[in-house]
Design a binder for this molecule. Structure first.
Ligand SMILES: [Zn+2]
Ligand SMILES: [Zn+2]
Length: 180
């Protein structure tokens, strides 16, 4: 569970507080798979008291293990993302419309009660990591992928399927069969 300390920043308007946190996260659900983290999630955040809300700007960095989109081998993917969260003081909200007010520039809006000393950010950080995952992770930009015919990993093994695909070779082979 990742949380940020607001006990200091909430004391007065304009106050700022830097909070650096590091936490181990459980695997992330992604396209029906579970992606394990290769290292802890590190958060470097600057909290600012803006009156009715606390703004949290920072950087999250970590690394996950994802299957290469070409050869399916597990690959390490570094994630570094800037985030901007807004936490509104529920004790100061009097109308429902204040809760439904738009997030503005913030990636996410959360809430806290006057007496809270911490805000929970685990879910927000997980969502941030998810939207920053590469669409097509690669083990290397030169990955040759799997053979579409026999399925071998072409980075590790070679197969003879490829020449079958080449229509010029197929014509030549047929010609040989007919003429030899
Ligand atoms: Zn690959
Ligand atoms: Zn093959």
């Amino acid at each position: 569970m990742m949380r940020l300390y607001i006990g200091e920043v909430k004391k007065s308007i304009g106050r700022t507080f830097r909070d650096v946190e590091e936490e181990n996260f459980s695997p992330l659900r992604w396209r029906g798979e579970k992606l394990p983290f290769a290292q802890s999630v590190r958060l470097d955040a600057l909290l600012t008291n803006c009156g009715g809300e606390i703004l949290v700007k920072g950087v999250v960095d970590t690394a996950l293990v994802m299957p290469c989109s070409r050869c399916l081998e597990p690959t390490l993917q570094k994630i570094e993302a800037v985030f901007y969260l807004e936490y509104r003081n529920l004790s100061r909200i009097h109308r429902l419309s204040d809760i439904e007010a738009e997030a503005g520039e913030a990636d996410e809006v959360g809430y806290f009660w006057e007496e809270d000393n911490y805000i929970e950010v685990t879910q927000e950080i997980e969502e941030l990591i998810l939207i920053n995952l590469p669409m097509k992770p690669l083990c290397s930009p030169y990955c040759r992928g799997l053979c579409p015919i026999c399925g071998v990993n072409r980075n590790k093994e070679s197969c003879s399927c490829e020449e079958e695909i080449d229509p010029r070779l197929a014509v030549l082979r047929n010609w040989k069969k007919e003429n030899l």
